[in-house]
Design a binder for this molecule. Structure first.
Ligand code: SAM
Length: 214
């Protein structure tokens, strides 16, 4: 495994919001992923959300204009970009790996997407009260070998899996009734009791959750 397979030599020049939207409309992941450098593109099938999944998840999460959606473990920002281009929500990503944050930020700015951003830091830096809805694509599974490691730039351990999962579960437990969450793959251990699974698809791997009233 390359320790950092993401040196940013740039995507194709001039890939703007309209180009990305065309790829989203066509469910063309290969086309969308051309915005990324080849090494990051190569990780897409295993680690970044397919555009059709991201679009459906974003539609459920951003239920009204201005809904603040957090992607927990956003990678190079693919979900945030798809959500921002297809809804009137405000999309923020948090990403542990600095080089992925950097690539995502450059692509968001380069495409001229105003309603997406990538925040500095790790999931333990998140103020969950700043967000209305959450997207969780199996971010911590690589710590316990349930997903292939993206690279070797960060420590991985079962202890970190438990710590990060607990942080998200506590943040979601404190969120108000009506809070929406989408999970894609994974054991969904980040979703605490009190959330009802109100829909599922992709053989149950895409799940739509809503917090019940107290
Ligand atoms: C499966 S990828 C999903 C990427 C993105 N959400 C998407 O749907 O395209 C999970 C991401 O979570 C990030 N991640 C893992 N642990 C994290 C943590 N503790 N804080 C922030 N990001 C984390 C990984 O670096 C990886 O980029």
């Amino acid at each position: 495994m390359n320790p950092m397979p993401s040196v940013d030599s740039g995507g194709p020049a001039g890939m703007m919001a309209a180009d990305l939207l065309g790829c989203i409309e066509a469910s063309d992941d290969a086309g969308f992923d051309r915005i990324y450098p080849p090494a990051i593109r190569g990780l897409s099938a295993a680690h970044w959300s397919p555009v059709a999944i991201a679009r459906r998840a974003a539609r459920f999460l951003a239920r009204e204009p201005g809904t603040r959606v957090l992607d927990i473990g956003c990678g190079p920002g693919k979900f945030c970009m798809v959500g921002a281009l297809t809804t009137a929500g405000l999309f923020t990503g948090i990403e542990r790996r600095a080089h992925l944050r950097e690539i995502g930020r450059k692509r968001i700015a380069g495409a001229g997407i105003a309603n997406a951003e990538i925040q500095e830091g790790n999931v333990d830096d998140v103020d969950f009260t700043r967000f209305d809805a959450f997207y969780i694509f199996n971010p911590f599974a690589e710590n316990v070998g349930e997903a292939p490691a993206i690279d070797t730039t960060v420590p991985l351990s079962a202890g970190l899996y438990a710590t990060y999962t607990g942080i998200v579960a506590a943040g979601l437990a404190a969120a108000p009734p009506g809070t929406r969450v989408v999970t894609f793959w994974g054991a969904c251990e980040e979703v605490p009791p009190g959330y009802a699974c109100v829909g599922r698809s992709e053989n149950g791997e895409l799940k739509f959750w809503e917090k019940r009233g107290d």
